[in-house]
Design a protein around this ligand. Structure first.
Ligand code: ADP
Ligand code: GLC
Length: 488
């Protein structure tokens, strides 16, 4: 097996042909395809790295909606913001209406689909003659790239200097499949073993990624700690403890080119820190009017844009709904589990004047909700990082969060000088008290506006976060350390 590179690093930023090369792979990337925060990260981190002088190829499947600028045999290419996007084509696997699921559950051939994708990533990198220093994989869907790099491609000179990094965005999704499918990976049976890809008699693709990657990271320091204990380890805490020397926690950022109320074309009225009080209120009043709510800036408008799954605190929300809707206004935009969607739809009929539910993925509406809401609801049971709290800040919207995972690292309670309302215990009573506490503060306009002005100035940009990737994760595998790409 390859050992980490230990070369002498040259400092030279005048030789562009020697730029460090990164292949970044993900199953969803904004703006091409998105179901959640992975797409935001995969859209923004490569952009931030390209700005710092890295040579980047970003690889993802060619889904139905994507139209590359150029098509070749087996892949398409588009160039934007100094990055080449490489779309891997297979109509049988990827020309479908959804990314991973139908309404009946996961596509039954998800292993075949992402196994094909992972193998093609390595084949196509060779085809386009891009031999990266680092292949950056994300979640189970690209974990097999790390596995194949150290097995099938271990002796391939093309990847001699290539090391792999796996970012775990959510340990809850591991890519677990029946043993019978192991053959299609093309690996020797000895890898179907508890020390490699076997997991309670099944195949666990993320486990393979953790074992074979040179560095593993997750998306916040707190979550990186938590997943090493049984309660939060989703069965992989043991493997993560063994690998703890190569396990990092790097907090995500958000892309201020996408999320910025000063330039946001989706919102009703643009605003900045200078005119936020007046213009943010205009967004709120307009949305209230559109939704058929009472148009009143003194009623607290609570927003939520989220996957509708247990992780995001849906059980708590449903239990607290009557209380919330009697006192406040609530708008939820989300896609997710049918059970939650049905309960919420019923509630919407009962509380037409204070509750609006939009099912589906709707980027423009998401922006409107961030801009119009006073408080953003994020009562996640667990949260690897969470981006909504960072987006909320930028729109001067106060996040209300459960003290979990990445929310611990990015949201501090207003009572401690922070910019959010935080509840510690995951129960309905604590959620309700937090909402009432938010409302009390909201009524004190001077205090509230001070906090709003504080949060809109927070910096959760990828500038900081990409530096952390460079310095903590990539640095020892790079061939050139130049001033512009590797500032300490
Ligand atoms: P996760 O990745 O766990 O879903 P994050 O907070 O990291 O949660 O990121 C969620 C991202 O997806 C945010 O950009 C959020 O605004 C967006 N999002 C979630 N649901 C929807 C939806 N139904 N329509 C549009 N955007 C959505
Ligand atoms: C996952 C996590 C979320 C994180 C996102 C991007 O979907 O659930 O917490 O922010 O990935 O890393």
């Amino acid at each position: 097996m390859k050992s980490p590179k230990n070369k002498n690093l040259i400092t030279n930023n005048k030789r562009p042909e020697q730029k460090n090369k990164i292949a970044f792979c993900a199953s969803e990337i904004f703006p091409f395809a998105k179901t959640g925060g992975l797409a935001d990260v995969a859209g923004a981190l490569p952009k931030a790295l390209a700005k710092k002088g890295f040579k980047i190829k970003v690889l993802m499947p060619l889904y139905k909606n994507i139209k590359p600028q150029k098509m070749y045999n087996g892949y398409g290419i588009s160039e934007a913001e100094g990055i080449d996007f490489v779309f891997i084509k297979d109509d049988y696997y990827f020309f479908r209406d959804n990314l991973y699921v139908t309404k009946d559950g996961d596509y039954p051939d998800n292993l075949e689909r992402f196994n094909f994708f992972s193998k093609q990533i390595l084949n196509i990198l060779k085809k386009i003659n891009f031999s990266p220093d680092i292949i950056h994989c994300n979640d189970w869907q690209t974990s097999l790239v790390s596995v194949y790099l150290k097995t099938i491609y271990n002796d391939d000179r093309f990847f001699k200097n290539t090391r792999s990094i796996l970012t775990i965005h959510n340990l809850n999704y591991q890519g677990i499949f029946d043993k019978e499918k192991f053959l299609l990976l093309g690996l020797p049976w000895n890898y179907f073993d508890v020390n490699w890809l076997e997991f309670y008699g099944k195949i666990n693709i993320l486990k393979g990624g953790i074992i074979f990657s040179d560095i593993v990271n997750t998306v916040s320091p707190t979550y990186a700690e938590k997943i090493q204990i049984k309660k939060y380890g989703c069965g992989l805490d043991g493997v993560l403890r063994i690998k703890k020397d190569k396990l990092l926690g790097i907090l995500n950022g958000i892309d201020y080119d996408v999320w910025n109320p000063e330039t946001d074309a989706h919102i009703y009225k643009k605003y900045s820190a200078k005119n936020i009080v007046k213009n943010k209120a205009a967004n709120k009043l307009k949305l209230q009017e559109k939704l058929g709510f009472s148009v009143n800036k003194d009623v607290m408008l609570i927003g939520m844009v989220s996957r509708l799954v247990e992780q995001k605190g849906l059980k708590l929300i449903i239990k607290a709904l009557n209380y919330i809707l009697d006192k406040y206004q609530l708008i939820i935009l989300g896609e997710g589990e049918c059970g939650y969607k049905e309960v919420l739809k019923e509630k919407e009929k009962e509380f037409k004047n204070s509750f609006n539910l939009t099912i589906g993925i709707d980027e423009p509406l998401a922006h409107k909700i961030y801009a119009a809401s006073d408080v953003f609801l994020i009562p996640s049971k667990f949260e690897p990082c969470g981006l909504s709290q960072m987006i909320s800040y930028k729109y001067g919207t106060i996040p209300l969060t459960h003290h979990a995972g990445g929310l611990v690292d990015s949201v501090e309670d207003i009572s401690k000088g922070g910019g959010g309302i935080v509840f510690k215990n995951y129960n309905v009573q604590d959620l309700i008290s937090a909402l009432d506490r938010a409302n009390k503060l909201f009524a004190d306009k001077n205090h509230w506006n001070r906090v709003v002005n504080r949060v809109i100035n927070y910096d959760f940009s990828w500038g900081r976060a990409s530096d952390e990737y460079i310095n903590k994760a990539y640095r020892k595998f790079l061939r050139v350390l130049s001033e512009d790409c590797c500032k300490k």
